[in-house]
Design a protein around this ligand. Structure first.
Ligand code: FES
Ligand code: FES
Length: 79
């Protein structure tokens, strides 16, 4: 599998709602970061579901290199 595209080298903060599902773009090609817009079609990537446990801000990974996907783990600082 090839590496995902780096959409941006910083997380994207989103206000999420408890119980709601969000589909994180794993391939980096979506024009609607951090979420999937279907651009992964034809690649080996698929979006990852994030189910919010509580209301509040979630920091989604924009660089697509996190080891805690779909959330930022600070890996972007080393890119
Ligand atoms: Fe990137 Fe769907 S557009 S996973
Ligand atoms: Fe990817 Fe922080 S934005 S690890």
């Amino acid at each position: 599998m090839s590496d995902p595209v780096i959409a941006q080298k910083e997380p994207i903060a989103i206000e999420v709602e408890a119980g709601k599902s969000y589909w994180w773009c794993a391939c980096g090609q979506s024009k609607n970061q951090p979420f999937c817009d279907g651009s992964h079609k034809g690649s080996d990537f698929v979006p990852m579901e994030f189910k919010a446990e509580k209301d509040g801000k979630a920091f989604f990974c924009g660089c697509k290199r996190t080891d805690n996907s779909p959330l930022c783990d600070g890996t972007h600082a080393k890119l």
